[in-house]
Design a binder for this molecule. Sequence first.
Ligand code: TXA
Ligand code: MG
Length: 330
Amino acid sequence: MKTQIAPVRTSTQRADAIEAAVYLLTGGYPVALPTETVYGLAAWALNPEAVFRIFNAKERPRFDPLIVHLPSLDWLTNLCVIPNEDLNLVQELTKQFWPGPLTLVLPRKPIVPDVVTAGLDTVAVRISAQPLFKEIIEGFGQPLAAPSANRFGRISPTTAAHVFDELSGRIHLIVDDGPCEIGVESTIVMPSKGVLWVMRDGPVTRRQLWDFAEVKTSPRKKLPQGPGQLKSHYAPRTPLTLLPRDAVPLPAGKGPVGLLAWCSPPQEKGFAHVEILSRTGNYQEAASTLFAKLRILDSMGMNRIIAESVSEEGLGIAIMDRLRKASGNG
Ligand code: TXA
Ligand code: MG
């Protein structure tokens, strides 16, 4: 299978890309699409055959459930049962954060195929704010299952070229709308009895969530085998060591070592290559380039990558979560 990358620079290209994407989605084929967080591999969520194709292309184990993207808020109650006690909380969250990088895990209705939820009695749902994604899902008019468009266990893609590296020959189409604005995957929370259980830290921070309810860490997040918590998830191929900022040593031993620095490298000398997340120490900038910089370092044939820790506040919590996963200590 030949994988096409569809650019959307002109209005004709954009219209053609939307038409091609909707055509493939209707036929039950997965298409890689940009969201505001990372590129997703989208397919018709209510068509089990289409969803199987996502698992096959990604080589994703069937026990790892997918996020479902909704065309509009009306779809929420088509797919989910919202317990009365959580209705207000869910309404407030969707009002504040949708469309946007917040995924809600809610009890599911039978219309959601088992393959989407890996047999769980809950389904993860969100509405993307990416304008092109919105246009495509609204044009398609049905929910789209869309996990990150990488092969299983690899770093999420934030450009069309990353998707091509991961899935070339496995899917028909990648719609290229440039680099993703946010760069780390959505925050996942499960509202339950007035508590917000965080399953994955992300762009919507714990601090923001505290305005709505008590925030706790889901026990599932702490389990190495919980959904999305498999060891080696997000891992580069090169071994990565995460160190405190003031403890990054001069590289010793054999072979070239790369450094993923936070704002200014404490010790540039001796590293074969240095990537800096944000020279001004800006979390948004750091998040938006994190995965691209990890991929660059991973492609350079280093013996090891050393990553500097980031302070765990706001978006820094999500960045550290991804760095820990990259180091194999998710
Ligand atoms: O930003 C994002 O969320 C991106 C874009 C493409 O939407 N998607 C994404 O999907 O990161 P994925 O599949 O790579 O990560 C979704 C995570 C997985 O770790 C999965 O285990 C978890 O969500 N998940 C899905 N359904 C769940 C459920 N019902 N309960 C708990 N975790 C769930
Ligand atoms: Mg993923």
